[in-house]
Design a protein. Structure first.
Length: 243
């Protein structure tokens, strides 16, 4: 990537495609740019390799952007993906697919530059063990690192992520699904409505026959009750972490 990120832009709308290419050509971090108007044509270019970054429309006839992103997930060397779409509701899909960024149309130049920055940093220091989750903040989609989440609280079909910077974010992902996906990363179910990151557990308390866990986010501490059926497993995990 000495000469910049080799970039592919995919959008079935020619004016949008031309605009994105024009804006990207102005960015010194971008190298060779190729542009196509269908997911099928994009796949043909991507299969031989040689692409670092893909700006990918979601709603396209034939092979959609989501379908193409899933196919790219099977590649031995997967390019970084930025979704470019007019549809906000696909942010959860973006999280599941591990894309670098999620741009809403019409694309502003400064927001596009931010996507290139994220892609550049991600390509320079990829971290497959610390995926991101898409969150909405004041109408802007951001991506929060899993490692920054101290605990998770259920809200029906949503969860609230409590992070180490003191912020919290509401995301449409069921707690059960998140518990399964993040178990290997040290997230433990302590109650039907709470999931905690073991690395942020500061204390395990026993009072009047009930157990609670104190989670330290760095910004504050929060005490969370532990359901009886989860108490023994949590104790063993905390003890194991100490060893």
């Amino acid at each position: 990537m000495a000469d910049g990120l080799r970039t592919l832009v995919v959008d079935d709308e020619r004016p949008v495609l031309d605009e994105l290419v024009w804006l990207l050509e102005r960015d010194p971090r971008i190298g060779e740019i190729r542009a196509v108007q269908s997911g099928v044509d994009a796949l043909r270019l991507l299969e031989p390799g040689g692409v670092d970054l893909v700006f990918l429309d979601i709603a396209m006839p034939g092979l959609s952007g989501l379908e193409l992103a899933r196919l790219l997930g099977r590649f031995a060397e997967r390019p970084r993906i930025v979704f470019v779409t007019a549809h906000e509701e696909h942010a959860v899909d973006a999280f599941e697919l591990g894309v670098v960024d999620y741009l809403l149309k019409p694309v502003r130049e400064e927001r596009l530059a931010e996507s290139v920055r994220r892609a550049t940093e991600s390509a320079a220091a990829p971290d497959e063990d610390d995926p991101t989750i898409a969150v909405e903040l004041a109408g802007v989609t951001r991506f929060v690192r899993r490692s920054s989440v101290a605990y998770v609280e259920a809200h029906g079909d949503y969860v609230r992520l409590h992070t180490t910077d003191g912020a919290d974010h509401l995301v449409r992902v069921p707690l059960t699904a998140l518990a399964e996906q993040w178990a290997e990363a040290g997230f433990v179910r302590v109650h039907r409505s709470h999931l905690v990151a073991l690395r942020h557990v500061a204390e395990l308390r026993q009072r009047d026959g009930r157990t609670s866990v104190v989670v330290d986010t760095g910004a504050r501490t929060t005490e969370i009750g532990v359901a009886r059926r989860h108490t023994r497993a949590l104790r063993e995990l905390v003890a194991g972490r100490g060893r």
